[in-house]
Design a protein around this ligand. Structure first.
Ligand code: CA
Length: 235
């Protein structure tokens, strides 16, 4: 089910970008290159890759600002990022990690080391993140086509219900408060009443469940909601 991991390289030095592309493609990754920070931001709005290699100094938008914006969007909040810094910018590295990069590597670097870091970070990121579809019992959510099926039935979810289900299915069994769901699914600076979450959970359930069908979304009293990790398993 898993597609080739997709890596976005954001690097304004063309020879280095090409070197990275060549080596990453040889490892079986799908690679896109952006040479400007603002171009990379647009590309990330079109499609979320599995990992970003992000240069620190970039025209258009700095690596650090791009990193900050990536972390602000719910769609890319947990996107793995490796920051590429030049020697002498090392004191800045702390700032980079504080802004939300997962790892950094100092230029000039050895290609095998970079590839090892990429592999390690992709492994560390939840395997659900890399999967193109999420499944639980008869429920299947396809991230590529944005379709959800229960058995052979196509379910019709609004965009918010889709993101909500995707978020919960990625983390089965974990309970999230309404505030956390607002942060992750609606976005950090959303100024929405927490009851909105209940409204959308209600809509999601209506779309998911026919009468007498088991509900995969659990309400945890006094806490919030979770995706039932036992859904689809025999009791
Ligand atoms: Ca640069």
């Amino acid at each position: 089910m898993t597609a080739r991991p997709h890596i976005l390289v954001v690097e304004d030095e063309e020879p280095l970008g090409l070197l990275l592309r060549y080596n990453l493609e040889s490892e079986g990754y799908k690679v896109d290159i952006a040479m400007r920070g603002d171009d990379a931001e647009l590309m990330l709005r079109e499609q979320v890759p599995d990992l970003v290699l992000l240069d620190w100094m970039l025209p258009g938008l700095s690596g650090i600002e791009l990193c900050r914006r990536i972390r602000q969007r719910p769609e890319t909040q947990s996107l793995p990022i490796i920051l590429l810094t030049a020697r002498g910018e090392e004191s800045e590295r702390v700032r980079g990690l504080a802004t939300g990069a997962d790892d950094y590597i100092v230029k000039p670097f050895s290609v095998p080391e970079l590839l090892a870091r990429v592999r390690a970070l992709l492994r560390r990121a939840s395997p659900n993140r890399v999967a193109t579809s999420l499944e639980a019992g008869e429920l299947m959510l396809d991230r590529v086509s944005h379709r959800v099926k229960r058995g052979s039935r196509d379910l019709h979810l609004g965009p918010t219900e889709f993101r909500l289900l995707e978020f919960l299915m990625e983390r089965p069994g974990r309970v999230f408060t309404r505030g956390q769901l607002l942060d992750h699914v609606w976005g950090m600076d959303s100024d929405i009443d927490e009851r909105t979450v209940d409204v959308h959970v209600g809509r999601l359930r209506k779309a998911l469940n026919k009468p007498r069908e088991r509900d995969p979304v659990r309400t945890v009293r006094g806490a919030g909601y979770s995706f039932d990790e036992n859904f689809g398993r025999k009791a």
